[in-house]
Design a protein around this ligand. Structure first.
Ligand SMILES: Cc1cc2nc3c(=O)[nH]c(=O)nc-3n(C[C@H](O)[C@H](O)[C@H](O)COP(=O)(O)OP(=O)(O)OC[C@H]3O[C@@H](n4cnc5c(N)ncnc54)[C@H](O)[C@@H]3O)c2cc1C
Length: 442
C-alpha cells in the first residue's frame, strides 16, 4: 500500500506463535500421529497388512522441518515486500518511538508514524503449579516431548488440550483430561460438543469434568496431581507421568511499556481498541490475540490486513460472524457463526437441518462415518446463521459455510448449489436441504 514498514520480533524466527509453537507444529504432529494410528489399527480392516513401529525422533524432525521452512518463508515474504525484518525486543518509549534491544544488548531507536501491537498471547498459568516444560509442560513442551509418556494428564478440555492429548494418545499414552467446566470445548455448539466427547471417549481418552486441579507434586519419577470438585469438596489424587497445562492463553503485552503511555486495557488484560483497531493513544493500534475476540491465527491475520488498510487511509473491516474455528482431531470439528445456545440466548427463532456422515457415500468409502453436519438458519428469512460440522475434513468443508455467511446466503442457496459426488461436502448440502425438510440422501 506504499507505506514503509518494519516488523520486530524477539523470537529470532518469524511467524509468531502460530508457525513456531502453535498451529503448524501441532498440525504436523496431528497428521503424522493420525497416520500412525491408522496404519497400526485401521489398515488391516481395509485389506492392507503392515508392520508398523514408531520413530518419534523422525516424526519430530518432520515437524521441525516444516516449521523451519514456513518461518523462513515468512522472512522471505517480508523481504520480498520490502518490509524490514528486525530481531529484538520492542519497547514503545512514546507514541511514534520504539526502542529495540537485540539479544547481544545492541539497541536501536525507530521513529515511526504508526505502531501496530501484534504481540499475541502466552500460556495462562495455573495457580500454584510451575511449568518446567519437561514434566509439567505447556503446549510448547507438549510439542517436543522426548519420549511417549505412559500417562499424560491434560488440564483443560479446550481445543489445544484435546489436540495435543490426541497426538500422545495415538502414540500410546493413557490420556486423562481434567476440565473445570461440566463440558469440553465450551465455545462449541452443545450438541456437537457432546457427540465429540463421546467419540474421544470411545477412542480411549478419559474425562474428569467439573473438576479442578489444585496441586502437582513429584512422587519419584511420577507426578501426583491433586484434584477437587469444581464446586468444592473432597480432594483426591491422580498419578501421571506428564502434566500438560492448557487452560487457555492470556494477552502478552506487559513487556511493551504501554502502561506508562496509558494504553487502555480491559479486565482480562487485553488491549482495548475501537472497531478499526485504534487504541486510545493516537498512532498506536492493536490486532490479534492481544485484543478481544477468538485467539485464532486467521482472525489475527484478517485484523492485521484491515488495520493496515485503515492506516493507509483505505476501508478495511473484519466480519466476526464469519470467522471459522476448527479442532484438528479425528474426526475434526469445525464451526462458523452462531451456536444453538447463542441463538436461544439472543431470542432468535431458527430452523435446523442435519445430516449424518453414516449416510454420506464418500464417508463410507473412506471409512470415516462418524459425526454430522448441522445448519442453523433464520426461521423467517432462511439466512444461514451458523454451521457446525463434526466429521473427517470438517476443517476444509467449513470454508463453504464461511463464504455462505459472508455473502448473506440462505440455507436454500447451499441446498441448490451443485456439490460434486461423491464428496463429504454433500453432507453439508443435505443438511441445508434438511432446513426445509427435503433431505434426499436419507
Ligand atoms: C498449540 C497451539 C496450537 C494452535 N493452533 C491453532 C490453529 O490450528 N489454528 C488457529 O487459527 N490458531 C491456532 N493457535 C492460535 C494462534 O497461534 C494464535 O491465535 C496466533 O498465533 C495469534 O497471532 P498474533 O499475531 O496475534 O500473535 P503471535 O502469533 O503470538 O505473535 C506474537 C509475536 O510477538 C512477539 N513479541 C511479543 N512481545 C514482543 C516484544 N516486546 N518485542 C518483540 N516481539 C515481541 C512474540 O515473540 C511472537 O512471536 C494455536 C496456538 C497454540 C499455542
Amino acid at each position: 500500500m506504499g507505506l514503509r514498514a518494519a516488523c520486530i520480533d524477539q523470537r529470532g524466527t518469524f511467524g509468531g506463535t502460530c508457525l513456531n509453537v502453535g498451529c503448524i507444529p501441532s498440525k504436523a504432529l496431528l497428521h503424522t500421529s493420525e497416520l500412525f494410528e491408522e496404519a497400526s489399527s485401521d489398515f488391516a480392516k481395509l485389506g492392507i497388512k503392515a508392520a508398523v513401529s514408531l520413530d518419534l525422533p523422525a516424526m519430530m524432525a518432520h515437524k521441525n522441518k516444516v516449521v523451519g521452512e514456513l518461518t523462513r518463508g515468512v522472512e522471505f515474504l517480508l523481504k520480498k515486500n520490502k518490509a524490514e525484518a528486525i530481531v529484538g525486543a520492542a519497547l514503545i518509549a512514546a507514541p511514534g518511538r520504539i526502542e529495540v534491544k537485540a539479544k547481544d544488548g545492541a539497541s536501536r531507536t525507530i521513529e515511526t508514524k504508526h505502531i501496530v501491537i501484534a504481540t499475541g498471547s502466552d500460556v495462562a498459568p495455573l495457580a500454584g503449579i510451575k511449568i518446567d516444560e519437561t514434566q509439567v509442560v505447556s503446549s510448547t513442551g507438549a510439542l517436543a516431548l522426548k519420549s511417549v509418556p505412559k500417562r499424560l494428564l491434560v488440564v483443560g478440555g479446550g481445543y489445544i488440550g484435546l489436540e495435543l492429548g490426541s497426538v500422545w494418545r495415538r502414540l500410546g499414552s493413557e490420556v486423562t483430561v481434567v476440565e473445570f467446566l461440566d463440558r469440553i470445548t465450551p465455545g462449541l455448539d452443545g450438541e456437537i460438543g457432546k457427540q465429540f466427547q463421546r467419540i474421544l471417549t470411545r477412542q480411549g481418552m478419559k474425562f474428569q469434568l467439573s473438576t479442578k486441579v489444585v496441586g502437582v507434586e513429584k512422587k519419584g519419577e511420577a507426578l501426583l496431581v491433586t484434584v477437587e470438585p469444581a464446586a468444592g469438596g473432597e480432594k483426591t489424587t491422580l498419578e501421571t507421568d506428564i502434566v500438560l497445562v492448557s487452560i487457555g492463553r492470556r494477552p502478552f503485552v506487559d513487556q511493551l511499556g504501554i502502561e506508562k503511555l496509558g494504553v487502555a486495557r480491559d479486565k482480562q488484560g487485553r488491549i482495548v481498541t475501537d472497531a478499526h483497531f485504534a487504541t486510545n493513544i493516537a498512532g498506536i493500534w492493536a490486532v490479534g490475540d492481544c485484543r478481544e475476540g477468538p485467539m485464532l491465527a486467521h482472525k489475527a491475520e484478517d485484523e492485521a490486513v484491515a488495520c493496515a488498510e485503515r492506516i493507509a487511509g483505505r476501508a478495511g473491516h473484519v466480519n466476526y460472524d464469519a470467522i471459522p474455528a476448527v479442532v484438528y482431531t479425528a474426526p475434526e470439528v469445525a464451526s462458523v457463526g452462531k451456536t444453538e445456545e447463542e441463538l436461544k440466548a439472543a431470542g432468535i427463532a431458527y430452523k435446523i437441518g442435519k445430516f449424518p456422515f453414516t449416510a454420506n457415500a464418500r464417508a463410507k468409502t473412506i471409512a470415516a462415518t462418524e459425526g454430522f453436519a448441522k445448519i442453523l438458519a433464520d426461521a423467517k428469512t432462511d439466512r444461514v446463521l451458523g454451521v457446525h460440522i463434526l466429521g473427517a475434513e470438517a476443517g476444509n468443508m467449513i470454508a463453504e459455510a464461511a463464504l455462505a455467511i459472508e455473502f448473506g446466503a440462505a440455507s436454500e442457496d447451499i441446498a441448490r448449489t451443485s456439490h460434486a459426488h461423491p464428496t463429504l461436502s454433500e453432507a453439508v448440502r443435505q443438511a441445508a436441504m434438511g432446513v426445509e425438510g427435503w433431505t434426499m440422501q436419507m
